[in-house]
Design a protein around this ligand. Structure first.
Ligand SMILES: O=P(O)(O)OC[C@H]1O[C@H](OP(=O)(O)OP(=O)(O)O)[C@H](O)[C@@H]1O
Ligand SMILES: Nc1ncnc2[nH]cnc12
Length: 171
């Protein structure tokens, strides 16, 4: 099954000039979605994570089922002011704006191996921020992974951990 058959490109969303790669069509197709999660689980297993982290909001859709598949816990890296209790956070730049992510300060134990997941790598700002934040919390990050990589934006150059993805778009 070619997973790219289940991704659609929507031009000029959310801004002129952006080709938005929409995973809604993949999510709607049960067999394709199951296959995507099984393939990503096989790629991530060798990194021997203790836990997974997902970046709000589309990253949650990837990290939560993978955590179940791998029998692991799952940590939310959330948009600002959503998490209760003591939090730590980082500001970062997006392909089309700026944002901030936060996590609960006690979410990981020192030295936990936490693989960070998102739906898509564009400029790499979001995943780079996720990696920094997890390290700030005491985690080791053996790998970052997404469903989709926009390789023409070279976001993986901003990551100082191995990066894995299921689908690459080079334009
Ligand atoms: O590699 P980058 O340039 O940082 O871009 C990738 C990020 O952009 C999108 O998130 P968005 O902020 O649109 O949020 P959403 O998941 O809530 O839709 C996407 O889900 C990634 O998190
Ligand atoms: N081109 C794109 N399509 C979907 N999500 C994105 N996040 C950042 N860039 C994106």
């Amino acid at each position: 099954m070619d997973l790219k058959d289940h991704i659609r490109g929507i031009p000029d969303f959310p801004k002129p000039g952006i080709m938005f790669l929409d995973i809604s069509t993949l999510l709607r197709h049960g067999a394709a979605w199951r296959s995507a999660m099984a393939r990503l689980a096989d790629i991530i297993r060798p990194y021997k994570p203790d836990m997974l982290a997902g970046i709000e909001s589309r990253g949650f859709l990837v990290a939560a089922p993978l955590a179940l598949e791998l029998g692991l816990g799952f940590v939310m890296l959330r948009k600002p002011r959503k998490l209760p209790g003591l939090t730590i956070g980082l500001n970062y730049a997006l392909e089309y704006g700026t944002d901030r992510i936060e996590m609960q300060a006690d979410a990981v134990k020192k030295g936990d191996r936490v693989v960070v997941l998102d739906d898509l790598l564009a400029t790499g700002g979001t995943l780079a921020a996720g990696i920094s934040l997890l390290r700030q919390a005491g985690a080791e990050v053996p790998c970052a992974a997404t469903l989709i990589e926009l390789s023409f934006l070279n976001g993986r150059a901003r990551l100082d951990v191995p990066f894995e993805s299921l689908m690459t778009y080079d334009s």
